[in-house]
Write a protein of this length. Structure first.
Length: 261
């Protein structure tokens, strides 16, 4: 983890309000592992001092990139950032995704921004598997070309049916689970809204498979000091304790997570 002044080299709209921000970050980029994030200080926000966490989409050759959508004060301000400007970053932060086990078939499950957060996991996996992407509409389905270029099969679901199967991403996931042969042992890697993560965890538990989930919690400090982003995690004695999503997470093995109803 380190503090770095990163220089913007590209900032473009991708689709549906999603934007790609590419930065020169030669100190942080080489350290990035799949599933980690950076904490970004948004300039020009006046009294709004808190940093914003962003999952790392790509990292390599001294550069890293994030995908974001303009949905609040911070990200609405970010869309005006120009190439050549500098950004104050802390990163890489958090514990990310492990490498898939050799005897499993990796299955990535993502909703919205989760597609970008899973890209590095897809790129570094020793075996190409399947990626299940879900969103509200077609514009919320991101990075398909990038995953297919890596050799992954992508299956899509949208709430309104404008792309792929109509319904939740778990519908296409269930379809595949029902069709796969008994010799195929999946290992799930999921990033998206917590209800989706719980749904993936339930399916993994029912099948006796592993699932790694990137838990979504609001963060303030990003380094484990403020205890804002805590998550209940099971202990070996049958109880539970608090873990910091920004520090011990954001990725946990799904059987460890106590899902709030």
């Amino acid at each position: 983890m380190q503090l770095e002044e990163a220089r913007i080299v590209q900032h473009t709209e991708v689709q549906g309000g999603y934007r790609l921000l590419v930065m020169d970050a030669p100190g942080i980029a080489p350290q990035v592992k799949p599933g980690q994030f950076v904490h970004l200080k948004v300039p020009h926000l006046g009294e709004a001092l808190l940093r914003r966490p962003f999952s790392i989409f790509k990292a390599g050759e001294g550069r890293l990139s994030i995908l974001y959508k303009s949905i609040g004060q911070g990200t609405n301000t970010m869309k005006y950032l120009q190439p050549g400007e500098s950004l104050d970053l802390i990163g890489p932060l958090g514990n990310g995704f492990p490498i898939p086990a050799e005897d499993t078939l990796p299955a990535l499950v993502a909703g919205g921004y989760g597609m970008a957060a899973l890209y590095l996991a897809a790129r570094t996996a020793p075996v190409r598997g399947l990626a299940f992407f879900g969103g509200r509409k077609s514009d919320d389905i991101l990075c398909v070309d990038e995953f297919e270029a890596l050799g992954w099969e992508v299956r899509i679901a949208t709430d309104d049916g404008t792309r792929g199967k109509k319904g939740l991403v778990t519908a296409v996931l269930d379809e595949w689970i029902g069709q796969k042969g008994p010799a195929v042992v999946p290992e799930f890697f999921a990033c998206g809204p917590n209800p989706m993560l719980k749904a993936v965890a339930d399916r993994a538990a029912a099948g006796g498979w592993k699932a790694w989930v990137s838990v979504d919690r609001n963060m303030c400090c990003g380094v484990g000091a403020c205890l804002t982003c805590v998550q209940k995690i099971r202990t070996p004695d049958g109880g539970w304790t608090w873990h910091r999503v920004c520090r011990e997470g954001p990725v946990f093995e799904s059987r460890e997570v106590v899902w709030d109803e």
